[in-house]
Design a protein around this ligand. Structure first.
Ligand SMILES: NC(=O)C1=CN([C@@H]2O[C@H](COP(=O)(O)OP(=O)(O)OC[C@H]3O[C@@H](n4cnc5c(N)ncnc54)[C@H](O)[C@@H]3O)[C@@H](O)[C@H]2O)C=CC1
Ligand SMILES: CC(C)CC(=O)C(=O)O
Ligand SMILES: [Mg+2]
Length: 359
């Protein structure tokens, strides 16, 4: 039976980069027999403008009914004056929580052709292959109470709450150990256990889960040090597991090790292995509408979709190899340009990846 993919282009550069991923999916279907069908729905600012809500019920229902979801990005200055409850980003968070997508896998892999595109010295990043496992449906982005209230003095107070249950920590740690077993068997749990009780519990549970994986070496690091170590010596890491906000921040930093935030894909999985796939970057309003955004993070997210949700590992490998060939040809969007390479736009890059697909 053909697999159902829901396409959620979103805002800003979202529609531009997703168009390239759709071209790729069409080619995989028509040329390589990947059995899939696509449908589209609104999310984010585009959905708010059309319906007054960033996650219309019909979008959530369509997402629930699909095997996999491909999302571009949401948000932008146009919607910043709106209350947080109806901002585009709330649509994305609603999809994550509504589908129970608690496990966010963010691989930071340096294509060797891009060593010169990184802002770090080549020897620091060459051969980089790390995986950030970010908890995605809990923590401070979802904790209650939240909001802004007014104290008796008349002063306003902003509140967000960092909260995790043991079971939430346990299941994300288990994902990290399971993937580490398929990799180099090292997990570094990142927390702020010296200050935050919630992450003291995180550390305790990470140790408890680790006892079931005697072949995996578990280490712990405070998040401030982890940020520094990621830039100083990123290859010391194999799998990093951390909470929602720390993972959000550390993965943007890790993206630059690979040359650009335009290179980092992600998979967000639930307990049933249904997945949403998206680049880790945002809607890039500063370059939206110019046809210059890098579509490779979205294209590599399609590869993750093929591997994790569509059971098409061969097609996934085909996409990753095609990206490598295009980089070998010296084609680069502006964010990964380096001396001796040729600047192309979003569509030219997408076309080149499709053209580079091989049997
Ligand atoms: N998953 C999502 O939908 C996310 C949405 N956002 C939203 O996106 C909007 C912009 O957020 P920012 O903080 O500016 O982060 P951003 O990731 O959109 O952009 C940061 C910088 O990276 C560049 N960039 C991002 N993606 C790129 C690509 N594919 N190719 C080339 N350059 C790229 C942008 O031009 C910008 O200079 C906000 O409304 C934010 O809330 C932010 C992060 C994730
Ligand atoms: C709405 C934000 C939490 C999105 C984001 O920055 C991310 O998931 O990386
Ligand atoms: Mg982010």
């Amino acid at each position: 039976m053909s697999k159902k993919i829901l396409i959620l282009a979103g805002d800003g550069i979202g529609p531009e980069i997703v168009a390239e991923a759709v071209k790729l999916l069409v080619a995989l279907r028509d040329r390589f027999g990947v059995d899939l069908e696509m449908d589209e729905a609104l999310v984010g600012g585009a959905a708010y403008d059309a319906t007054g809500h960033p996650l219309p019920p019909e979008t959530l229902a369509a997402a629930r009914a699909s095997d996999a979801i491909l999302l571009g990005a949401v948000g932008g200055p146009k919607w910043e004056p709106l209350p947080i409850a109806v901002r585009p980003e709330k649509g994305l968070l609603g999809l994550r929580s509504g589908l129970g997508l608690f496990a966010n896998l963010r691989p930071a892999i340096l294509y060797p052709q891009l060593a010169a595109a990184s802002t770090l010295k080549a020897e620091v990043v060459e051969g980089l292959d790390i995986l950030i496992v970010r908890e995605l449906t809990g923590g401070i982005y979802f904790g209650e109470p939240r909001g802004v209230d007014t104290l008796p003095s008349g002063e306003r107070r902003g509140i967000n709450t960092l909260v995790y249950t043991e079971s939430e920590i346990r299941r994300i740690c288990r994902v990290a150990f399971e993937v580490a077993m398929q990799r180099n068997r090292r997990v570094c749990s990142v927390d702020k256990a010296n200050v935050l009780e919630c992450t003291e519990l995180w550390r305790e549970i990470a140790i408890e889960v680790g006892r079931d994986y005697p072949d995996v070496t578990l280490s712990h690091m405070y998040v401030d040090n982890a940020a520094m170590q990621l830039v100083r010596a990123p290859k010391q890491f194999d799998v990093l597991v951390t909470d929602n906000m720390f993972g959000d921040i550390l993965s943007d930093a890790a993206a630059m090790l690979t040359g650009s935030i335009g290179m980092l894909p992600s998979a967000s999985l639930n307990a049933e292995r249904q997945g949403m796939y998206e680049p880790i970057h945002g809607s890039a309003p500063d370059i939206a509408g110019q046809g210059v955004a890098n579509p490779l993070a979205t294209i590599l997210s399609v590869a993750m979709m093929l591997r994790y949700s569509l059971d098409e590992p061969e097609a996934a490998g085909r996409v990753e190899a095609a990206v490598g060939r295009v980089l070998d040809l010296g084609l680069r969007t502006g964010d990964i340009l380096s001396p001796g390479t040729r600047r192309v736009g979003t569509a030219e890059m997408g076309d080149a990846v499709v053209a580079a697909l091989r049997d």
